[in-house]
Structures are given as structure tokens and as C-alpha cells.
Design a protein around this ligand. Structure first.
Ligand SMILES: Nc1ncnc2c1ncn2[C@@H]1O[C@H](COP(=O)(O)OP(=O)(O)OP(=O)(O)O)[C@@H](O)[C@H]1O
Ligand SMILES: [Mg+2]
Length: 212
């Protein structure tokens, strides 16, 4: 299915700054008069938000890797059908805080399920909807865990199941993100998440401006 609008995803480790930068990009685009849908994964529409609760609840330590990947794709299928595909068909700009690349690096590589399983589920769940542009907000795994844990202490919440994973797991994810960016350099653009928030916002604006 062809995207008539523009589909931009944010990827990167926990605490890298995805949400911060997505909101800033959305504000800039709306300032130009563009219609923007912001969504987050897992989540989006209400049914997908219910699936999100299962996935991120730190109480669910016994979720099996296969159940985990199926739930991520169940959430994504609902989001694609209900929000993302209709918005793109209307010619809008869709921004998503994580998408299929997260399943590839966290479940395919981090959990070791393999890229082929993720690709097979993508064919079912996404119906050809792929990001036109992916911004990989890049920070190292140590800084990532540091920021995520600082935030969890400052604003206690129970969506910490992925933050609770080992440093080893997060290192695998980091490597997988870089391998992906090397494989698809036209789509996946790395921005330095260690820079200051305003500087990253400007860098992203330069990249997105070329696609508008
Ligand atoms: N460039 C930056 N430099 C320093 N701190 C930052 C930067 N960007 C974001 N932060 C801070 O780091 C924390 C995480 O940022 P944010 O929530 O945007 O990251 P995220 O990638 O969405 O994280 P998560 O994956 O956990 O949702 C926040 O407290 C935010 O204020
Ligand atoms: Mg976030």
C-alpha cells in the first residue's frame, strides 16, 4: 500500500530522547500548518493501550519471548488499522515513537527470536506500511539505562519491564540498531542523542525538511 502522507518513526534506546524530540518535531510541523498524528508503541488506540499495559507492567516477568513479540505486533496491527493507515491515506504526517524496528532489535536480536520471525509478523500486521524515514536517537546503553532509571525514580510508574532488563540485553539492542542503520542508510538516520535537546531538534529538522 502506498503512503500518501509521510510516515516518520523515532527509534533508540530507553531514555534516548525519542518522546522529547517527537513532540518537538510535531510542534514544528503543525507550525507549518501540517496535520500530524502522534502515536506511541506499544499503544496508540485504546485497544492497543490495553495491550501496552500487559507488555510494560513490571509484574509480568514471566511473559515468554514469543508471547511478547506477538503482543507487540497485536498492538501494532491495531494501531496500523485504526490510526496509522487511515491518516496516511488522508495525506497526513504520522509520527510514531517506536515501530517495527523496535521489534527487530529488541525481540529479533535482544531476545534472539531471529529477524525472519519478525519479518513474517510484519507482513501480517503492517500490510505494507513502512516508515519513509526513521530517526535513530543514538545513546550508548549505559547512558540509556542511567536516564531511564533516573526518570523512573523521579516519576515512579509501573511501565518498567523493559528498563529492568540487563545491561547485556541493552548492549545487544544497541548493536542491532547500528547494524540496521548501516543496512538501510537512506531510511535510517542516526542523530547524536548525547547532544543538547535544542541541537538535536535542529538536526532532526534539517533531515525532515529534505523529505517534505
Ligand atoms: N538530549 C538530551 N540530553 C539530556 N537529557 C535528555 C535529552 N533528551 C531527553 N532527555 C531527558 O532524558 C529523559 C528521557 O527522555 P525521553 O523520555 O524523551 O526519552 P525516550 O527515548 O522517549 O525514553 P523511553 O524509551 O524510556 O520512553 C527525560 O528525562 C528527558 O528530559
Ligand atoms: Mg518515550
Amino acid at each position: 500500500m502506498a503512503n500518501r502522507g509521510l510516515f516518520i518513526t523515532f527509534e533508540g534506546m530507553d531514555g534516548s530522547g525519542k518522546t522529547t524530540q517527537m513532540h518537538r518535531l510535531a510542534a514544528r510541523l503543525r507550525g507549518l500548518g501540517r496535520t500530524v498524528l502522534e502515536t506511541v508503541e506499544p499503544g496508540g488506540p485504546p485497544v492497543a493501550m490495553q495491550i501496552r499495559r500487559i507488555l510494560l507492567d513490571s509484574a509480568n516477568q514471566d511473559l515468554s519471548p514469543t508471547t511478547e513479540v506477538l503482543l507487540y505486533f497485536a498492538s501494532r496491527a491495531q494501531n496500523v488499522d485504526q490510526w496509522i493507515a487511515p491518516a496516511l491515506a488522508r495525506g497526513e504526517i504520522v509520527l510514531s515513537d517506536r515501530f517495527t524496528d523496535s521489534s527487530l532489535v529488541y525481540q529479533g536480536c535482544g531476545r534472539g527470536l531471529g529477524e525472519e520471525s519478525v519479518a513474517a509478523l510484519e507482513r501480517i500486521a503492517c500490510r505494507g506500511i513502512r516508515p519513509d524515514l526513521t530517526l535513530l536517537v543514538d545513546i550508548d546503553p549505559e547512558s540509556s539505562l542511567g536516564r531511564a532509571r533516573a526518570r523512573n525514580l523521579a516519576q515512579p510508574h509501573d511501565e518498567t519491564r523493559m528498563d529492568d532488563q540487563s545491561l547485556d540485553f541493552h548492549r545487544k539492542v544497541y548493536e542491532a540498531y547500528h547494524a540496521l542503520a548501516a543496512r538501510e542508510p537512506e531510511r535510517v538516520k542516526i542523530v547524536d542523542g548525547r547532544a543538547d535537546i535544542d541541537g538535536i531538534e535542529r538536526e532532526i529538522w534539517d533531515i525532515v525538511g529534505r523529505r517534505l
